[in-house]
Design a protein around this ligand. Structure first.
Ligand code: DLL
Length: 438
């Protein structure tokens, strides 16, 4: 089902004409409203009037998460604070989050693209949508919430946690649609099974799963266990939140990108060279219509490929393939984005720890676990076991406070973490995304 025929099925020529018009207006706006961009564009020798074709996009500078950090908290906003009606945030590379702002028009755009997203899964007025993404600074919960209301369907704002209660609500309120991370979907299946629930008898029909990497095998498992169609949804806070890309239920062959709002490019992350359709590389996105936080060629660090061939569902907008990984070291632990450098920053606040640590990521059942192994120095190591245990607990609490993620801290003897001659291997990721039980 297509929600916005005009914007989802334009002939490519017309789409490109619209994109160019919007790109020109965007460069004009950021040049005059965001000092950071004026500086960057001046350095690149580009004036707004130099943008004559879409190919001129390649002359524009890229934007990184570091740029957002350098302008913390609101220095990259292109609208005055009295026009910002909402703030969300994603995790940064240190303890500070990356705040993102929305004008009323941005919230409207976001609601529209989530309405389109839901319709791509066959959702319509009369459907009941169980939203189990977190509500709060994270964009998942509220992003879906507004889109469901825009579509005219019924939203149940469950948010995360309380799994058994969620199963009860699914049985009692009869939602037809579920929105949650893929790992939570599998966890629900597991808990439901323990509770003796037969999912073939629940009303669920389709799920929208994203915010973390998953695989085709995980899709199969979610579909078989929950008896639903499981669709891949992509998005990131800096760009808008969920709704940047969505699979259609007809084909499940790549995620449609709403190209009238988000202009995608694929580059080689090492050389920044543009890659042709079909080649895998890092996804860049230029926001064509955002008012509060417009971004030029934002480096998502997500690795995928792009295809522009129309889909069997009738949409002509481009598609990205299932996300293949990241070109940086960001980890996603139970939906929370974590950079090793954030953990390191917390560890360094504690005297008695050596700067040698390793992060061990595993998946128990369907939930991710993160163990932080860190060396203590000789002096601390001679302390009593009880003192060491207390230290580990304090570090765990501090990490939870800063990063909102629960970890297990294991203090290890001096010189036990393997040393490397080149780049330290900080992360050992033992998760298998194949969906098989660990
Ligand atoms: O995760 C927004 C979102 C909410 C997307 C709900 C989908 C559903 P952030 O917290 O800023 O925003 O994290 C963005 O999560 O750069 C990817 O690395 C990863 N990610 C998001 N969706 C997918 C997906 C939300 N479908 C980061 N597959 C992105 C793989 C994903 N990774």
């Amino acid at each position: 089902m297509i929600y916005d025929i005009e914007n989802e099925t334009r002939p490519r020529e017309d789409l490109e004409a619209l994109q160019l018009k919007r790109l020109q207006a965007l460069v004009e706006r950021v040049y005059h409203l965001v000092p950071f961009y004026r500086r960057r564009l001046d350095e690149a020798g580009v004036k707004p009037e130099n943008i004559r074709t879409l190919a001129d996009l390649e002359r524009l500078p890229c934007t990184t998460k570091q740029d957002l950090r350098d302008n913390y908290p609101f220095g990259m906003f292109a609208a005055p604070m009295d026009q910002i009606v909402r703030l969300h945030a994603s995790s940064g590379t240190t303890g500070k989050p990356t705040p993102v702002g929305y004008t009323a028009r941005d919230i409207n755009t976001w609601s529209e693209i989530i309405a389109r997203t839901l319709a791509a899964g066959g959702v319509h007025r009369g459907d009941i949508v169980h939203v189990a993404y977190g509500y709060g600074l994270f964009t998942g919960g509220l992003g879906f919430h507004y889109g469901v209301e825009r579509l005219g369907a019924t939203v149940i704002p469950v948010s995360g946690g309380q799994t058994r209660r969620q199963i009860m609500l699914i049985q009692d309120f009869s939602p037809t649609v579920i929105c949650c991370t893929p790992s939570f979907a599998l966890y629900l299946a597991e808990v439901g099974q323990e509770m003796g629930v037969d999912f073939a008898r629940t009303s669920l029909r389709v799920g929208f799963h994203g915010a973390e990497p998953w695989s085709e095998a995980m899709r199969q498992e979610i579909e078989q266990r929950l008896k639903i169609d499981a669709l891949d949804i992509y998005g990131l806070s800096e760009i808008i939140g969920p709704g940047v890309g969505i699979e259609c239920v007809e084909a499940k062959q790549g995620l449609h990108i709403f190209e009238d709002h988000f202009l995608p490019e694929i580059i080689n992350p090492a050389t920044l060279e543009r890659l042709p359709p079909g080649d895998a590389g890092e996804l860049l996105i230029t926001t064509l219509t955002k008012e509060a936080l417009p971004l030029l060629r934002y480096r998502t660090r997500d690795v995928t490929s792009l295809t522009l061939t129309p889909c069997v569902c009738g949409r002509t907008i481009g598609r990205i393939s299932r996300l293949q990984g990241r070109s940086d070291d960001m980890l996603i632990i139970r939906g929370v984005n974590v950079f090793p450098s954030q953990i390191e920053a917390v560890l360094m606040e504690f005297p008695g720890l050596a700067p040698h640590y390793q992060l061990i990521v595993e998946r128990e059942g369907h939930l991710d676990t993160l163990e932080v192994q860190v060396e203590v120095d000789e002096a601390a190591f001679s302390d009593e076991v009880k003192q060491l245990q207390q230290l580990a607990k304090r570090i765990e609490r501090q990490i939870k406070d800063y990063l909102t993620v629960s970890v297990k801290v294991r203090l290890v003897e001096p010189r036990t973490i393997p040393r490397s001659e080149g780049k330290a291997q900080r992360v050992i990721d033992r998760r298998r995304l194949e969906g098989a039980k660990a």
